[in-house]
Write a new protein. Structure first.
Length: 142
């Protein structure tokens, strides 16, 4: 996984936020987060869904490929309540807020409709866990 992440990060940065392979054409971001236990800094490539009308908001899906547990980055982001992301050629800070209930289901449904693998992840985790949806909102300075 580490080699895959390194290759994806390099490709993302070399191509203004675009990657090929199974993620070709998909909206990708690089999540910068600090381990809540280790204190180490991590960068995790992940797909996102842009908000319908707010260009400063994106949604992240803690699917972990349909695994029965949430990914570490989910715990790191929710513990910190903030993160830094690379999106396209921009790097900026965001607040992190978990979306639950019907709004979570609506947002997840949109993403799963565009990327059927996410519908499969939800089927794989049914009865085990609900895949978290996180709202990442750009921190703007006035």
């Amino acid at each position: 996984m580490s080699d895959w992440n390194t290759q994806t990060i390099t490709e993302f940065r070399a191509n203004e936020g675009k990657v090929g392979g199974p993620f070709e054409g998909a909206p990708m971001t690089l999540l910068h987060h600090r381990g809540r236990k280790s204190g180490h800094e991590f960068i995790t490539p992940a797909m996102y869904l842009a908000h319908e009308t707010d260009p400063n908001t994106i949604y992240m899906f803690a699917s972990k490929g349909g695994a029965p547990t949430n990914p570490d980055w989910y715990f790191n982001l929710t513990a910190a309540g903030k993160a830094t992301i690379e999106r396209g050629t921009e790097t900026y800070d965001v607040t992190v807020h978990e979306i639950t209930g019907p709004e979570r289901d609506r947002i997840y449904g949109i993403h799963a409709g565009r990327y059927p693998g996410f519908a499969e992840y939800e089927r794989q985790t049914a009865g085990i866990r609900v895949i978290p949806v996180l709202e990442l909102k750009r921190i703007t300075t006035a």
